[in-house]
Ligand binder design. Structure first.
Ligand SMILES: NC(=O)c1ccc[n+]([C@@H]2O[C@H](COP(=O)([O-])OP(=O)(O)OC[C@H]3O[C@@H](n4cnc5c(N)ncnc54)[C@H](OP(=O)(O)O)[C@@H]3O)[C@@H](O)[C@H]2O)c1
Length: 305
């Protein structure tokens, strides 16, 4: 961060795909990172205890923190979406976000900024409509959950803390997330279009997501919803072709929609695999953020290098 050198930043969900990469980037830039941990603290200088499911957080240890980031939540595609699992997905995000934001709001000396994860699921399934932060939210489980998730930051915002909700797209990394799951079938030559292949996939390279969070931490005009997605969203067909090309594998096998529904369950299939939204990062680009990997082929090559 250029405008705010040497900050103390507390991070929830620090052990996750994005959290780990963010901690590394912030520490490399000379900041002090304090990880919020859901277990016993082993390193009191760099860890802060919390247990969101029990409403517990060591508020005293947050004293003196300049900024906070929360990236926690049970993995969205870890299981089929049973009613019980959907409740876990929802509560792990909304309760933890509410806990940290209410705690920050009650502090005498508050951090300057809080950046919270949200997701492009906020927009629902939108065909080829061009979507940015000014677009209304959509419908469905993910859209409803994202609305509650973002609303859970309200107390921090009302207390005067600058709050950004990063509506993160499909993060491309070989270390985890959607791409890592796709690699085995694609490497075996069994990768292909899902359903019609016309559905949009709004994606972002992991490095760009990390930089976008750092940009949001650093840039005082940034607040509210921020789409963390590449400025070049692609259809499932374009993504499939690009991944096949980068891996030098054929992608002729097409999985029909009914088979996707059967494998993933109807709701997850419709909202995450067969449906999508064509999302543009207007807030980031209009504030001068530049993407290192706007192009899908370059992003995939870098992720798989
Ligand atoms: N990766 C993507 O493509 C993508 C796309 C859109 C949105 N997002 C959102 O961005 C955030 C970070 O994504 P990610 O890919 O880094 O996720 P991730 O790898 O699944 O990591 C999420 C972290 O959340 C914490 N966590 C797990 N279960 C929890 C629970 N029950 N209560 C509270 N925290 C819990 C864990 O960290 P600790 O053990 O350190 O607490 C975990 O490492 C998530 O909220 C995700 O929904 C990600």
């Amino acid at each position: 961060m250029i405008n705010h050198p040497s900050q103390v930043i507390a991070i929830g969900g620090a052990s996750g795909l994005i959290g780990k990469a963010l901690c590394t980037a912030l520490e490399r830039d000379g900041h002090t990172v304090k990880r919020l941990v859901r277990r016993e603290v082993k390193d009191p200088e760099h860890e802060i205890y919390w247990k969101p499911s029990a409403g517990e957080i060591d508020a005293e240890s947050l004293r003196g923190v300049d900024a906070t980031v929360h990236l926690g939540g049970v993995g969205i595609a870890d299981q089929r979406w049973t009613a019980e699992f959907k409740k876990k997905l929802h509560d792990s995000r909304v309760q933890s976000t509410r806990l940290i934001c209410e705690t920050l709001a009650a502090m005498d000396e508050k951090p300057r900024v809080h950046v919270n994860a949200s997701a492009i699921g906020y927009y629902g399934v939108r065909g080829d409509e061009r979507i940015d932060e000014s677009s209304p939210g959509g419908t469905g489980f993910l859209a409803d959950m994202c609305r509650d998730w973002e609303a859970a930051t309200q107390s921090a915002w009302e207390s005067g803390i600058r709050v950004c909700q990063m509506r993160i797209g499909v993060v491309l990394s070989s270390q985890g997330g959607a791409l890592a799951k796709m690699l085995t079938p694609f490497r075996m030559g069994a990768g292909g279009v899902l359903g019609s292949g016309d559905q949009y996939m709004s994606w972002a390279a992991l490095d760009d997501v990390v930089s976008a969070i750092q940009f949001a931490l650093d840039h005082d005009p940034m607040h509210g919803a921020v789409n963390a997605t590449s400025p070049q969203p692609v259809t499932n067909r374009e993504f499939t072709e690009a991944l096949g090309e980068v891996l030098h594998r054929p992608t002729v096998l097409r999985t029909p929609a009914f088979a996707v529904r059967l494998a993933a369950g109807r709701e997850m299939a419709e909202e995450m695999l067969l449906g999508g939204a064509r999302i543009y990062p207007t807030r980031l680009t209009s504030e001068g953020f530049s993407f290192v990997y706007p192009d899908i082929r370059d992003a995939l090559k870098a992720a798989l290098a």
